[in-house]
Design a protein around this ligand. Sequence first.
Ligand SMILES: [Fe+2]
Length: 158
Amino acid sequence: MNRNPVSTSLAVQSARRTIAILPMLMQAPANQDLRTHMAEAALLAGLAFSNTKTALAHSLSYDITLQYGVPHGIACSFSLPLVLEMALGADDVADAALLSIFDATTPASAVERLTAFLQGLGVATDPARYGVDSNAWQAMVKKAASGPRGRNFIRALA
Ligand SMILES: [Fe+2]
């Protein structure tokens, strides 16, 4: 909800660099060039969300960490394919930016590419893998959507 053209541009650049760099960095964690590129991607992400504050995925992460003990970075990221699926279709400008991250032409292919990216890093994308069953997940999404971060999501879910 709080996005603007500057934050969108920063976010897209950050995500595209992360997708390109992080899998290589995981294979070569001592590589200084890759670490520099990843640090720059993280900086761009920080600049993006310092404009907007975080949104639904971050809101969801709090209960996942507190109730299920999932580390913060994993708790913030594993739900992104599900959150992306919920986000796509809400706004044409946001859709174009989101699809451009994945060089995708359809929502399904963007979600598929994000899922494959995370799974390639060893991050399971099914909430059940963290012990969150379907009913608990639905309740968490509803609760997260009603909080201040969740209300910054592109769709009203609560
Ligand atoms: Fe965080």
